[in-house]
Each structure stands twice: as structure tokens, then as C-alpha cells.
Design a protein around this ligand. Structure first.
Ligand code: FO1
Length: 315
């Protein structure tokens, strides 16, 4: 079975890793959000792409989920000593990625070419595609500071400002990267990973719409919210600040019209009937991914669910 997964950073990377443990390389493509990308110290940084690639390569920091395992921080310590901005942590090994990506982009290579080469160098055999080679920058509209570039909201201000809305700067002229539309058309099913719907998945959907996504007959999402909270990141806080009660149901509502099936955590089993009334099939399981074995188990659940779900011909 050929799957295409849509993913943001840490949560998306974990499920992608689980799927990659089961599916052969030719059967899994991961399309990754690039709305979090930014320039820092003159370097082009693609946090979600790096998180997905490092995770699939087995190189990711197992505690933080982003950055590299066994990282050293000499460059950062020395930058700090010079009075340089130190709110965004760049490890020594990770810096090599940003240096080489920046050099290649300046030479005229595309982000998707560079990602393909980096994956080959890191031993990642499944296909990882940036959603677009064109720059898209997620801007978070906040009560306290007005519009903030995503990483300033997320890292510098630790997601504390209250959110009023989002804008994906550059989205009007951004085209899906080479291979993205094909990966969607050729997939037997699409999986929306348990990533933030507002800032990880919406940028990808915005690049795709209206070309193809909404017509896919089999789309399954895994809820990033369980028991009204997120495991990591500000998704639940964002829902609340936008006036929507954070719940798995709110996530499914967010993807209304796209979904064939929805995977809920066991703590949210009581929400299943409401979804079924909306014609969305549900699957209830433990969605926590605390270990590589958990990732594989959840991925297997998602695959079994997809196999038992008939495509929605009304899409
Ligand atoms: N997240 C943090 O919370 N603090 C950091 O200093 C930080 C540095 C960083 C460096 C490289 C990278 O690829 C990711 C990094 N992240 C950091 C994670 C990143 O900002 C977010 O996880 C994503 O953008 C949200 O998906």
C-alpha cells in the first residue's frame, strides 16, 4: 500500500518514523511543512524538514525531538560570549546542515534537491519532500506583539503570546514542490500526522488547495490533541485562544470535508459517536509515542485502519 503522510515537526516525525519502520521506501512519501522556515545568522533553517529527516535517519535528539543526538554546543557558547542573539539553539552538528543548505540555495539549487541529497547522505531511504521550493513564512498574529514570525512566537516567546490568527506569507505564489502532487495522486491513502493543524498542516493544505488534496478519497488523520491537551506544542492553547474548545473533535472539525477516517486516543473514546454521525470513521487506540516501539505500533494501527476503511467516493 502506497501512503503519503503530511507532517510538521516532532509529532509528525514520530509517526512518519513508525510508518517507515513498516513500509518499504517506495511506498512512503512524507510531505513536510516549510512554513516554520526562517533565516537566522544569514542561514536558511528548515526546522520541520530537519526534524523529519533526522528522525527517519535515527539522528534526532531523543529527548527534545528536534536537533541532533549527541550534539555539542561550542558555536552557540561562543556566539553567546560575543553577545550574539542566543534565543534559537543551533548545535554544532546541526549547524553543518544549515551551512550546507544555505550554500546550495545560494548556488541556485532547490530545497527539494537539497533535501534529496541530504537524505541520501544520512541514509534516509523513504521520500521526504518539502511542501514547496518557494518561500512560505508562517506569521502568528498575537494580542501582545501583533504579527510575529513563527520561530519568534514559538522559541523566543515560548508560545506565551495569545494568538489571534495566522498568515502564510508567500502562499499565493508558492507552488507544490516537484513530486508533491504526484505523491498525493499516486497514494492509496493520505495520512495527516498528529501535527499542529493551524501551523503545521494548514500551510501544506494551503499550498495544495485547490489542486488535488480535497479530492483524495481516503484521508486519515491522527489527533494531536488527547484529553483536551497536546503532548507537545501549542495546538490546544491555540484552539482555546481562537475561541474553540480544544479537543480531538475540534481537530476533526478543523479538517471537515477532507477526512474519511480519524484516529482518536483511548481517553477520547466518548467522542467517537459524534464523529461517526458526521460520516467520519473512527479508530480508537493509544496514540502516545514515547518510544520507537510505540511509533511502530501506532503506525501499524493506522495502516490496519486504512485497510479496513472504504474510500469515500463522494469526495
Ligand atoms: N525549538 C525550541 O523550542 N528551541 C530551540 O532553540 C530550537 C532550536 C532548533 C534548531 C534547529 C531545529 O531544526 C529546530 C529547533 N527547534 C527549537 C524546534 C523548532 O523550532 C520547532 O520544533 C518547530 O519549528 C515546530 O514544529
Amino acid at each position: 500500500m502506497k501512503l503519503t503522510a503530511l507532517a510538521g515537526g516532532v509529532g509528525g516525525a514520530k509517526l512518519a518514523h513508525g510508518l517507515a519502520q513498516i513500509l518499504p521506501p517506495e511506498d512512503l512519501t512524507v510531505i513536510v511543512n516549510t512554513g516554520d522556515d526562517f533565516e537566522h545568522f544569514g542561514l536558511s533553517i528548515s526546522p520541520d524538514l530537519d526534524t523529519v529527516c533526522y528522525t527517519l535517519a535515527g539522528l534526532a535528539n531523543p529527548v527534545a525531538g528536534w536537533g541532533r543526538a549527541d550534539e555539542t554546543w561550542n558555536a552557540m557558547a561562543n556566539l553567546k560570549r560575543l553577545g550574539a542573539p542566543d534565543w534559537f539553539n543551533l548545535g554544532d552538528s546541526d549547524l553543518a546542515t544549515h551551512l550546507e543548505r544555505t550554500r546550495r540555495l545560494r548556488e541556485g539549487q532547490t530545497l527539494s534537491q537539497i533535501t534529496r541529497d541530504f537524505c541520501a547522505a544520512w541514509g534516509v531511504r523513504h521520500t521526504v519532500l518539502p511542501m514547496s521550493d518557494d518561500p512560505v513564512r508562517t506569521m502568528v498574529d498575537t494580542v501582545e506583539y501583533g504579527e510575529l514570525p513563527f520561530q519568534e512566537y514559538f522559541v523566543k516567546h515560548r508560545c506565551e503570546p495569545r494568538v489571534r490568527g495566522f498568515r502564510f506569507a508567500g502562499i499565493e505564489s508558492a507552488r507544490p514542490a516537484p513530486g508533491v502532487l504526484e505523491a498525493i495522486q499516486e497514494a492509496d491513502a493520505l495520512v495527516i500526522c498528529p501535527s499542529n493543524p493551524w501551523v503545521s498542516i494548514d500551510p501544506i493544505l494551503s499550498v495544495l488547495h485547490p489542486s488535488s488534496f480535497i479530492f483524495h478519497p481516503l484521508v486519515v488523520a491522527v489527533s494531536p490533541i488527547l484529553g483536551g491537551r497536546t503532548v507537545k506544542g501549542p495546538a490546544a492553547k491555540m484552539f482555546a485562544e481562537l475561541g474553540i474548545e480544544p479537543s480531538a473533535l475540534a481537530v476533526a472539525e478543523h479538517y471537515r470535508g477532507l477526512l474519511t477516517g480519524f484516529v482518536l486516543d483511548t481517553v477520547d473514546a466518548a467522542l467517537a459517536p459524534a464523529l461517526q454521525r458526521e460520516n467520519v470513521r473512527t479508530f480508537i487506540t493509544n496514540t502516545l509515542m514515547n518510544s520507537p516501539a510505540d511509533r511502530r505500533r501506532l503506525a501499524q494501527d493506522v495502516l490496519n485502519f486504512i485497510r479496513s476503511t472504504p474510500p469515500n467516493t463522494e469526495h
